[in-house]
Design a binder for this molecule. Structure first.
Ligand SMILES: [Zn+2]
Length: 280
């Protein structure tokens, strides 16, 4: 990605090296972590799950991290550019529809963080909290994306951010509320199906961002493939295969690898919000 000469967003909130108030999500160990990753990876609603999990008071083990090393600063520069480019895209799309786009904040954290959706652990992966309209990101996830999910590259990382911003757009448009209230009266598999539709639309919205990034000359050869690889890698079927060894389609909450890549491509090729009809 050619990003260095691009505008930086001013909406990045750096909480790296700050403790999440010394409360850790306890109990369950690996099982909970796997479940949390499977359910929430990249932006499902973490509230329900967090509420179910026992919270223990524990002294925090976290040490403030030196953040002046080159790599980390490069990361935050990069994230500011990606967030800034999503602001440009969505300000424009909303303006054309006569609505004001309220830009979200992106919180960088290490280890644990407190959000309006509860306490979150880095193991959950990046997420969007509709309650405070903020995206939460621990850079450790990018390492995981590369090592565990075999989806390296800066454009893959940008896709993850653009996907979370997609959830913010859904929140502003009222789609998230509609889905949440429909899920309350739905059975488990219907609720999962709705969740998949929401996730796939966020992928499509990420594709729309990518189309605009492409027009602005940010995209280099191979970038779109990076993003598609990331979208596939975090598909429910891939995650379930990795963590359980078999696939249970009824429990999907994000969509399969193929669906995710397809909807990202739909947004990317059309650049048109109206094409992101994942609920139809
Ligand atoms: Zn998501």
């Amino acid at each position: 990605m050619r990003w260095r000469d691009q505008r930086r967003s001013t909406n990045v909130e750096d909480r790296r090296g700050m403790s999440g108030r010394g409360i850790a999500i306890g109990g369950g160990g690996i099982g909970v972590i796997v479940l949390v990753i499977a359910v929430i990876l990249c932006g499902g609603d973490p509230r329900s799950l967090l509420e179910q999990m026992p919270q223990q008071n524990q002294p925090t083990q976290q040490q403030p991290q030196a953040r002046q090393n080159g790599k980390t600063d490069e990361n935050s520069e990069f994230v500011s550019v990606v967030l800034g480019s999503t602001e440009d895209v969505w300000n424009d799309v909303f303006r054309k529809s006569g609505i004001r786009y309220k830009e979200p904040k992106l919180v960088l954290f290490t280890g644990q963080v407190r959000s309006a959706c509860g306490f979150a652990d880095a193991a959950m992966g990046p997420f969007y909290c509709p309650g405070d309209q903020k995206l939460y990101l621990d850079f450790a996830f990018f390492g995981e994306l590369e090592r565990e999910f075999k989806a390296p590259g800066d454009f893959a990382q940008a896709y993850v951010i653009a996907h979370e911003v997609g959830h913010h757009v859904q929140n502003l448009l009222g789609t998230m509320d509609k889905v949440t209230s429909a899920q309350r009266s739905a059975g488990k598999s219907e609720a999962n199906r709705l969740s998949v539709r929401l996730e796939l639309q966020a992928d499509c919205f990420a594709g729309i961002w990518a189309a605009e990034a492409n027009r602005k000359g940010l995209v280099e050869a191979g970038d779109a493939e990076e993003a598609i690889r990331a979208a596939q890698a975090v598909g429910d079927d891939m995650i379930q295969k990795r963590t359980r060894g078999y696939v249970v389609p009824d429990s999907f909450t994000h969509g399969t690898a193929r669906e995710r890549a397809t909807w990202f491509a739909t947004g990317f090729k059309s650049g048109d919000v109206k094409q992101c009809r994942t609920f139809e």
